[in-house]
Design a protein around this ligand. Structure first.
Ligand code: TEU
Length: 604
């Protein structure tokens, strides 16, 4: 609907275009492919599509290095194709959120080619240039004369020497992604005008790439150097800089405030804290609607920490996500009714930068994969805030297999490999260490059916399919009761129809137990009616005893949740049964939940 808060009940589906659907037989997904698959998204029931970048780009970072914000890269199609996609989405009552990458551009953007052309070019100050540091025995521009000790998120230093103009330029990401200078009002103006033209074209919002990095803390000085790290952290030195709220409020005022409908905005914010997120998403501050935080996906250890895979500490994961729910919890009145929003969460398990959810947080053994994928989805979608479904997550797609460095495509992985081998690490050990968390796990093609190339393309895909495409694919799941897809469809529908799920308060119970996940949602209606929704999930193969006298029932009772009072509660959705059979399976809390099963109960 058009009500201002339509987005609070929305479920967002992320499309990573190069791996979604190819229609011109080049092995790379494209925009017409998305339009062709809109029925799939419609069947899932999602409201918004977040489309990763399709703008002109040298594809150094798969499109997150933009050389023209207002044209479409021929790899993905044309402006006419994006207009057709927008029309197709709108015709189905769905919306399009574009990926806005304005912390940096490509080094092939005309702004940068002008800026680097000379120190006196009018666009010189659109980027961040610094002279070499004077170091005894080193020529300016030589390694060791960089202006600060910062490292790029994609290995190597965050500064690259430009011989022509005799200075270094800053790039927190790849050499081909120079950071824009947001202190320059001309840069801000150019970005806002470009955003306005996309909204004029019918786009409904933006996902803002690393947007909390655009305000740097000046002067630029060395960052903290972790033990063993080759470089200092650039992120920590610049994230959440002194003018970030000023810039976001200005962007909101200049671009969104004047629009008739609500422009949906989500800021991707590596290193954001819960306290800061409450400021960024407080509706009264008019900055962004919600943020993507990284605490639960380990970025807090810094980008390279990600390649040292460690087992999931589920109790810590539960506590982390519950702390985010608390930090952005609404204000409620004495009866528990929500009276004002303080902030808003984005809830995700994975995206194009993270490994696959079921492999990382679930159990991708074939015997447990589907059930754990469904239970993970129930856990995610029972949190308060907007849930994000990453392409393939609705199918329970898993990580892939890397047989060697040639299996990898992502510059983050490839650069890391060369950096580690360069300092003497064993190549095969590095390839193995990257496998669990490489971004390429999420970038294998969507598995549409069991045909060659999984229905993704008629040509060999740009990156190998995951090995289980014949078993795990949409054709085997859409419309099939009990499938991971149908479970996601039921969860999306639940958010659309149930106020406790969409708008209710959140409470985590039995937090210390890492083999279960118990969430209570409560909503007090305008007429005073109270509704409660309870999720009990088993998060291991062992299962949970819940009957009278069970340790878990005792622990929950000690926290004030008497499962006896749920004996007649409606079973809304279980993971082990098709959605339509949940109610027929009986009422109330089952005696036990088998491994990775879960149940969503409702009582009024
Ligand atoms: O990601 C920013 C970001 O924090 C991640 O790159 C993170 O550092 C790393 O990937 C964790 O594994 C955004 C985009 O989502 C990502 O695809 C881009 O590579 C990056 O910005 C630069 O635009």
């Amino acid at each position: 609907g058009q009500e201002a808060d339509w987005w609070r009940r929305a479920v967002v589906y992320q499309v990573y275009p190069r791996s979604f659907q190819d229609t011109d037989a080049d092995g790379v997904g494209d925009i017409p492919g998305i339009t062709r698959r809109l029925d799939h998204l419609d069947a899932l029931g999602v409201d918004v599509v977040w489309l990763s970048p399709v703008y002109r780009s040298p594809q150094d970072d798969n499109g997150y290095d933009i050389s023209d914000y207002e044209d479409i890269d021929p790899l993905f199609g044309s402006l006419a194709d994006i207009d057709e996609l927008i029309a197709g989405l709108h015709a189905r009552g769905m919306r399009l959120v574009m990926d806005l990458v304005v912390n940096h551009t490509s080094d092939e953007h005309e702004w940068f080619t002008a800026s680097r052309s000379s120190k006196d070019d009018p666009r010189r100050d659109w980027y961040i240039w610094r002279p070499a540091r004077t170091v005894e025995g080193l020529e300016p521009g030589e390694p060791g004369t960089e202006p600060t000790n910062w490292g790029s998120a994609f290995s190597g230093p965050a500064w690259t020497w430009d011989e022509g103009s005799g200075e270094f330029y800053l790039h927190l990401f790849s050499v081909k992604q120079p950071d824009l200078n947001w202190e320059n009002p001309q840069v801000r103006r150019a970005v806002y005008e470009m955003m306005g033209r996309w909204l004029d074209r019918g786009v409904d919002g933006f996902r803002m790439d690393v947007i909390n990095l655009i305000s740097k803390t000046y002067p630029l000085v060395d960052g903290p150097l972790r033990p063993g790290a080759l470089y200092g952290s650039g992120f920590e030195a610049v994230a959440n800089g002194p003018r970030i709220h000023e810039f976001l409020a200005e962007m909101n005022r200049e671009v969104f405030a004047s629009r008739p409908g609500h422009v949906m905005t989500v800021g991707e914010m590596p290193g954001v804290t819960r306290a800061q997120a409450a400021l960024y998403t407080d509706p009264s501050r008019a900055e962004v609607d919600m943020v993507f935080q990284f605490e639960h996906v380990g970025l807090a250890d810094g980008p390279h920490g990600k390649f040292d895979p460690r087992p999931v500490d589920r109790a810590a994961l539960k506590a982390n996500l519950a702390a985010w729910q608390e930090a952005l919890a609404p204000q409620t009145d004495a009866q528990g009714a929500v009276v004002a929003e303080r902030g808003w969460n984005s809830n995700y398990w994975d995206n194009h930068d993270q490994p696959r959810a079921v492999s990382r947080f679930g159990d991708d053994d074939p015997a447990w994969r589907a059930l754990s994928a469904k239970t993970l989805a129930s856990v995610l979608h029972l949190h308060r805030g907007t849930p994000y479904i990453y392409q393939g997550e609705e199918l329970g797609q898993t990580n892939t297999v890397f047989t060697g460095i040639d299996s990898y495509r992502d510059l983050e992985s490839v650069n890391h490999f060369h950096e580690r081998v360069g300092v003497g690490d064993d190549p095969q050990a590095v390839v193995a260490a990257m496998a669990a968390n490489s971004r390429d796990n999420a970038r294998t093609p969507v598995q549409w059916d069991a045909s060659e190339h999984a229905g993704f393309s008629t040509a060999a895909p740009w990156i190998d399919l995951a090995p289980n495409a014949e078993e795990v694919n949409a054709a085997a799941q859409v419309g099939v009761p009990g499938s991971v897809f149908e479970h996601h469809r039921a969860l999306v529908s639940l958010r659309h129809t149930d106020d406790a799920v969409a708008l209710g308060t959140f409470r985590l119970l039995d937090a210390a137990d890492d083999a279960s996940w118990v969430i209570l949602r409560e909503h007090v209606g305008a007429q005073g009616g109270r509704e409660q929704v309870l999720l009990i999930a088993s998060c291991s193969r062992e299962g949970l005893a819940l009957g009278e006298g069970s340790a878990m029932r005792e622990r929950l009772a000690a926290e004030g949740l008497d499962l006896g009072r749920w004996a007649e509660a409606e079973r809304v959705l279980t993971a082990s049964l098709p959605a339509e059979q949940a109610g027929a399976s009986g009422a109330g809390v089952p005696e036990r939940l088998e491994g990775w099963d879960s149940v969503i109960l409702r009582r009024r």
